[in-house]
Design a protein around this ligand. Structure first.
Ligand code: NAD
Ligand code: ZN
Ligand code: ZN
Length: 348
């Protein structure tokens, strides 16, 4: 079968012929219906080197995947060949306290995981191929009625990651509150939909690109702002001077983290999701009082089930553009150039 593989750090992926996987005991092979292209893949191609992460290339890209059960290893029960499924992406040890409650994104025994701190498309072979080998049936989540794998694929990361980030801040998002989404790309546009579907907060979306701001409006943003010098003032004046109860930064650069901290309301949340390499100096008077600042990584399996439910009911509908495996690199080029709207999904 064909697979889009990252051969080494700081290199371009290659479309190559590899063996079709066969499942060992407890394993599942998924026929890929859609594999989302994440900006993290661009970071993998350009920003990391040996020692940056606990694993290294080569591996097949694609860490947001959905499709159909293709083959079951010995002992797997509860799944049927042909059944539509999503792949839960962060692969933990399955046995530690975190994994037991489905939060494998924060596995506490990574040495016992299939790969420490990674998964398919992140150190092990992912979904940008005709088939993906999933090392345990618990990582395969049946799709609810009517949810197409091409839409389910981006929900496993571009949906799950903002869902986890927003869900933890629900108590700070009652009616009358304001949420700010910085960066309305693959994750951010679903983030706006999640805020709309699960909270009554007023949503302000911030991006550098007009097309992204138009997409934010389509997704339910109440107000859109061009990212720049004056954005903090605009957020403050839109909130009666108070600032935003929750700021979600899907860029994570110096400038956006500084903007997010300055635009937050006292006792608010600033959640950094983007891996843009930025940092934020925090001192007593440099951020509003009692603002909680956190990074978040992906989401839990129970949260994925909730996200898929929202997707199957039409409450979340990622804006997708599909590409063939042959054309996968043009998806990444468009993402890099800022000409992609929403999420690119590779359909092998
Ligand atoms: P994307 O390229 O689809 O979207 C990024 C968006 O940010 C674009 O719309 C771009 O115009 C906008 N942007 C860039 N600079 C900006 C600025 N200064 N101000 C406002 N907007 C700006 O990327 P994506 O796939 O949505 O991923 C976003 C980030 O999240 C990436 O860094 C990715 O690696 C990271 N990520 C993190 C997790 C996690 O678990 N923490 C999971 C997935 C992705
Ligand atoms: Zn990702
Ligand atoms: Zn674990």
């Amino acid at each position: 079968m064909r697979a889009l593989r990252l051969p080494a750090w700081k290199s371009e992926p290659e479309l190559v012929e590899v063996d079709e996987p066969t499942p060992g005991p407890g394993e599942v092979v998924v026929k890929i219906g859609g594999a989302g292209a994440c900006h993290s893949d661009l970071h993998l191609m350009h920003d990391f080197e040996a020692g940056s992460l606990p694993w290294n290339p080569p591996f097949t890209l694609g860490h947001e995947n959905a499709g159909w059960v293709h083959a079951l290893g010995a002992g797997v029960t509860g799944l049927e060949i042909g059944q539509p499924v999503a792949v839960y992406g962060p692969w933990g040890c399955g046995a530690c306290a975190r994994c037991r409650v489905g939060a494998e994104n924060y596995c506490e025994n990574p040495a016992a995981a299939p790969i420490p701190g990674g998964g398919g498309g992140l150190g092990l072979d992912g979904g940008m191929a005709e088939y993906e080998l999933v090392p345990d049936a618990r990582l395969v989540v049946p799709l609810p009625e009517g949810l197409d794998p091409v839409l389910a694929a981006p929900l496993t990361d571009a949906g799950l990651t903002p869902y986890h980030a927003i869900r933890r801040s629900w108590p700070k998002l009652p009616p009358g509150s304001t949420a700010v989404v910085i960066g309305v790309g693959g994750l951010g546009h679903v983030g706006v939909q999640i805020l709309k579907a699960t909270t009554a907060a007023r949503i302000i979306a911030v991006d550098t690109r007009d097309e992204a701001l138009r997409l934010a409006e389509e997704c339910g943003a109440d107000q859109t702002l061009r990212s720049g010098e004056g954005t903090v003032e605009e957020i403050r004046s839109a909130t009666g001077g108070r600032g935003a109860d929750v700021v979600l930064d899907f860029v994570g650069a110096d400038a956006t983290m500084k903007m997010g901290a300055a635009a937050a309301r006292t006792v608010g949340d600033l959640t950094i999701v983007g891996i843009g390499g930025g940092s934020l100096p925090v001192s007593f008077f440099s951020v509003p009082y009692e603002v909680s600042i956190q990074t978040t990584y992906w989401g839990s399996r129970p949260e994925l089930i909730e996200v898929l439910d929202l997707g199957s009911r039409g409450l979340l509908a990622p804006k997708t553009t599909t590409f063939s495996l042959d054309d996968a690199m043009s998806a990444y080029r468009q993402m890099q150039d800022g000409t992609l709207e929403g999420r690119a999904v590779i359909v092998p």
